[in-house]
Design a protein around this ligand. Structure first.
Ligand SMILES: [Zn+2]
Length: 321
């Protein structure tokens, strides 16, 4: 098991102060047991060794504090954040205990519209495919395609194809179609996939940071200015009402800064009082990085050595920047 062998290199590549770099890990789910339909989501065992590596090689900070230190040239060496998007229940039940065991703080960006029994459109599709019999399903009436679910590999391909196609449908249409597909597959409307308000409060009480992620997770660039402002504001207000404190960190839904959001949305985020925002752009932030465009790193390697190596390579690419 790799422990702290990269630490000296990381501290050279990511020194403290003006030349500091901020490495922000992004997770969505941390599943209790490996889920064959979700091969890109780490399970508890994988997340545990990832956090063991992170603890031994990085200095982990809450996202908001880290970005503030970055912009003031005061970041400690090898600084990192561990972030989670959307508000999945397993963040509370699986990820938090592992973070606590390693003495780490996480930042959880919550889409408030799904708390307390909701389900996101992508999970409507995944659960519909999970529940469907081994057959070819035809969703062409919804603007999707026919999918061959007779093999496991076919199911994985179907999930990726259907999600990829539906992702850029208009926001409401996307939600209605996904819910109808779930309904026809016998999936109940309510779900335990996402956290409850109480679990969000317990995360905060455990010392974790909570950030906003809109109310219903639209792709902001697909919305009118009024809709975008309403979504961002509602997500912030609802989270603040749950926590009874001001929320100043934000993550853009979907988060590709050239495709999923525009300067208009960044201006709204600033105007509403956020101090830092995360994209899903790949990379490591430096002191010249705009605090409203903090890139992140998706840890998709599934062995400790590859994970460690990719962290090192990613930091190495920032040399001289
Ligand atoms: Zn998200």
């Amino acid at each position: 098991m790799i422990t702290g062998v990269f630490k000296p290199a990381f501290r050279i590549l990511s020194p403290s102060g003006r030349r500091g770099k901020l490495f922000v890990f992004i997770f969505h789910r941390v599943v209790d047991q490996n889920d064959a339909l979700l091969p890109s989501e780490p399970d508890a065992v994988q997340f545990d060794w990832m956090m063991n590596f992170v603890k031994n090689n990085f200095r982990v900070l809450p996202f908001g504090e880290a970005v503030s230190l970055l912009n003031n040239d005061k970041l400690p060496a090898a600084a990192a954040c561990v972030t989670f998007d959307d508000g999945y229940q397993d963040n509370f039940s699986v990820a938090m205990p592992i973070l606590q065991r390693h003495g780490l703080v996480g930042t959880f960006f919550i889409s408030t519209g799904f708390l307390n029994g909701g389900r996101m459109w992508n999970d409507d599709i995944i659960e519909a495919i999970r529940a469907s019999p081994n057959a070819v399903v035809d969703w062409s009436e919804f603007g999707l395609d026919q999918y061959d679910l007779t093999t496991h590999q076919g199911r994985i391909l179907a999930i990726n194809a259907a999600l990829g196609k539906l992702k850029y449908f208009p926001h409401m249409e996307r939600n209605v179609i996904a819910r109808e597909i779930a309904h026809r597959s016998g999936i109940p409307g309510n779900s335990t996939l996402m956290m409850s308000s109480d679990e969000v409060r317990l995360l905060r009480a455990a010392g974790m940071e909570l950030g906003a992620h809109t109310h219903s997770h639209p792709i902001l660039s697909n919305l009118s200015a009024r809709e975008a402002e309403s979504e961002i504001a509602q997500g912030k207000e609802e989270l603040e009402a749950i926590l009874r404190e001001t929320v100043t960190s934000f993550a853009y839904p979907n988060g590709n800064s050239t495709r999923d959001l525009g300067m208009r949305d960044v201006a709204i985020v600033k105007r509403l009082g956020f101090l830092a925002a995360a994209t899903t752009d790949f990379g490591v932030a430096g002191s010249r990085t705009n605090p409203f465009f903090i890139p992140r790193f998706t840890p998709w390697d599934r062995t400790p050595h590859r994970f460690a190596l990719r962290c090192a390579i990613t930091l190495g690419k920032t040399l001289g920047r």
